[in-house]
Design a protein around this ligand. Structure first.
Ligand code: HEC
Length: 208
């Protein structure tokens, strides 16, 4: 019963917001209006949330260009993302895949309800990606990451690339829909290294 109601509501929303509108009739999006709507949706947000309601330069540039910026802006966004990446001090990009799997599954962090002391943020990777065959619940906004390391011969260069991807996806794909886990301080360097291990370790379930 409840599911039926939710599904009907979702259908109404998607109809209202144009999933049935042909691409050429898509309305132009006014970023200022979107920002205003986001701000007004959180009138009681705690003080430390205010900064999160103001899009940073990368978000502003992506929104203004509907995520397809002209070449010069594309390069500016990419350069800014690259410059923001901090690397592990020991130069090792592949940590502990078991810890990485826990982080990939966890959506904890940055929500009003996330107030448990000392509980670490997760990466919520499964919200958008398939990673292992064992996990049956995953989103498909991002590509499947099954066999990610195996397909790349577990190379050190690809482990570094995966680290950079997770740290700041705009470094390789400006205006990516993937969150900037390192740049925005959602995950620590050590946590990202553990998630890289989930993708790049030969013994990780992602590569079985
Ligand atoms: C909100 C959705 C979303 C979340 C959450 C997300 N991603 Fe992504 N990811 C994407 C999208 C979309 C792409 C494709 C565009 C791009 O490459 O930036 C992508 C691309 C990638 C790629 C590159 C794939 C390739 O073919 O080279 C990797 C690796 C990756 N994500 C890993 C992760 C990991 C690990 C996490 C969790 C820490 C994560 N993603 C969380 C949406 C997401």
């Amino acid at each position: 019963m409840r599911f039926a109601k939710v599904t009907a509501a979702l259908l109404a929303v998607s109809a209202a917001f144009g999933s049935e509108v042909p691409a050429q009739q898509k309305q132009k999006i006014d970023p200022a209006r979107v920002d205003g709507t986001v701000k007004s949706a959180f009138p009681t947000a705690p003080a430390d949330w205010q900064a999160r309601l103001t899009p940073d330069e990368t978000m502003q540039q992506c929104s203004a260009a509907n995520n397809t910026p002209p070449a010069a802006t594309f390069e500016t966004i990419q350069a800014r993302a690259r410059a923001s990446i901090q690397y592990p001090a020991d130069g090792k990009f592949v940590g502990n895949w078991k810890a990485g799997e826990g982080l990939a599954q966890s959506g904890y962090g940055l929500r009003f309800t996330d107030t448990t002391p000392n509980r670490v943020n997760g990466g919520n990777c499964y919200a958008c990606h398939q990673i292992t065959k064992q996990e049956v619940s995953y989103g498909t906004i991002g590509p499947s990451l099954l066999q990610y390391g195996k397909a790349r011969n577990f190379s050190e260069a690809d482990a570094k690339r995966a680290y950079e991807k997770i740290y700041d996806p705009h470094a390789s794909f400006p205006c990516s829909l993937m969150p900037r886990f390192g740049t925005n301080k959602v995950l620590t360097i050590a946590q990202i290294v553990d998630i890289v291990a989930l993708l790049m370790s030969p013994d990780s379930p992602a590569n079985k």
